[in-house]
Design a binder for this molecule. Structure first.
Ligand SMILES: [Zn+2]
Length: 410
């Protein structure tokens, strides 16, 4: 059984309101899990990062690997125009496995170096390409879910599947060899999927006991379009729920414009909301009412939503979650903005909960550990150093070390 300690200036959430901060402490790891945090030097192997900040790994609850090359483009567009003009033609290229190989290698390498230890990832409709993505994520050392996208309407011919359910089952049979990379059912969103496809995916969810990821209520024109496409549904959320696709474990990205009834339904089902603050800004979607969802006790985490979000780094998602919540509190709803503590919690424990016990250093949590590269002369206290390091980080975060589920990546 592998036992070791990581020494440094330790910060981790124990609740949305509280970050524990301990200078010169030790995080003890036993068999891939945290067994405790202590000030006393333990009599085991110590990975010594004295002077460096040591925090839990972050969970990116929603990102699109095939959109990685498109970060920072199309910033003048809203969601539906952006999909038609830029994203669908790009995703069409993944029928070419050599292209998928090239892009997914870069994506997986960027994820390996990033603050993300766990991720839930969209591929494209192409099963071969999704398998390449799974293989790359498996060798990255991260823990992840990868989904082959399902879509059979309102897309160009090259992204419209004739037999989408058979395609999913055949893809599933190829995913069994991975240990850290699991499959997840991935209807793109309601406008791309007929009722028949949604019903079939609901059946596959039960048959194979699979999680689900999709998009919900991101943009005003999308919400209106769903009303026209699904006149018999009670709401956008109901277009998934009627086929069992909101039941835990499932993730719905965005949820910017949910009605009270829809929010109550997601709460009842235990659905995770992936809050994507930068994407919400870039695609003029709005600002998700995260304070309201937190007050309701909903499952919620943060996400980059590459390429709606430009940055692969979850540090940026933390800073942006605080920023957009302040705009919302002033411009719209008079809701209290998020604190840094709450945004840090959402990026670590909040999203980590989708994977079980992940995103904290409390005993029993999986040992996902980041060692930040900067050292400090300690003019400021540890909590302040943490906030500065996260808020000032760009996309190329430099880490001195990274562990996922107890395994050292570098
Ligand atoms: Zn998305």
């Amino acid at each position: 059984m592998s036992v070791f300690a990581v020494k440094g200036d330790i910060c981790y959430s124990t609740s949305p309101a509280k970050i524990e901060a301990l200078n010169d402490g030790y995080v003890i790891v036993e068999a891939g899990r945290i067994s405790g945090v202590t000030r006393n030097p333990p009599n085991i192997s110590v990975h010594d990062y004295t002077g460096h900040i040591v925090i839990p790994g972050m969970t990116d609850l929603h990102t699109h690997a095939p959109q990685y090359p498109f970060r920072g483009l199309g910033m003048g567009m809203e969601l539906l125009e952006w999909l038609d003009t830029l994203i669908f033609p790009e995703e069409g290229r993944y029928s070419d496995t050599s292209y998928a190989e090239q892009v997914y290698s870069s994506f997986a390498e960027a994820m390996r170096k990033s603050p993300t230890t766990r991720a839930v990832i969209f591929g494209t409709i192409h099963a071969h390409a999704a398998n390449i993505l799974s293989a790359k994520m498996e060798s990255s050392g991260l823990v992840s879910y990868v989904g082959k996208v399902s879509m059979n309407r309102n897309a160009p011919d090259y992204l419209t599947e004739a037999n989408p359910l058979e395609a999913v089952e055949s893809w599933l049979s190829d995913t069994a060899s991975y240990t850290s990379t699991k499959p997840i059912l991935t209807p793109r969103f309601t406008p791309s999927c007929t009722d028949e496809l949604m019903r079939g995916l609901g059946e596959l969810r039960k048959k194979y006991d699979l999680p689900v990821q999709s998009h919900l209520s991101e943009n005003v024109s999308e919400v209106q379009w769903v009303k026209e496409l699904c006149p018999d549904s009670r709401s956008y959320a109901d277009t998934y729920d009627r086929y069992g696709l909101l039941e835990a474990p499932s993730i719905m990205a965005h949820c910017v414009h949910l009605t009270d009834e829809e929010a109550g339904l997601l709460k009842e089902r235990g659905t995770f909301i992936a809050h994507c603050p930068q994407s919400n800004m870039n695609l003029s979607s709005g600002i998700a009412p995260v304070r309201r969802y937190m007050n309701m006790g909903m499952n919620i985490g943060l996400a980059t939503d590459v390429a709606g979000g430009m940055y692969i780094s979850m540090f940026r998602a933390v800073a942006d979650a605080v920023g957009v919540s302040k705009l919302r509190s002033v411009l719209a709803e008079k809701e209290e903005p998020l604190t840094f503590e709450e945004a840090f919690y959402l990026a670590t424990m909040g999203g980590g909960k989708f994977f079980g016990l992940a995103g904290s250093f409390m005993p029993g949590y999986e040992a996902d550990i980041l060692v930040l590269s900067a050292t400090d002369s300690r003019h400021s206290n540890l909590r302040e150093r943490l906030e500065r390091e996260i808020c000032l980080a760009g996309d190329d975060v430099e880490l001195s070390a990274k562990y996922a589920a107890g395994r050292k990546l570098f």
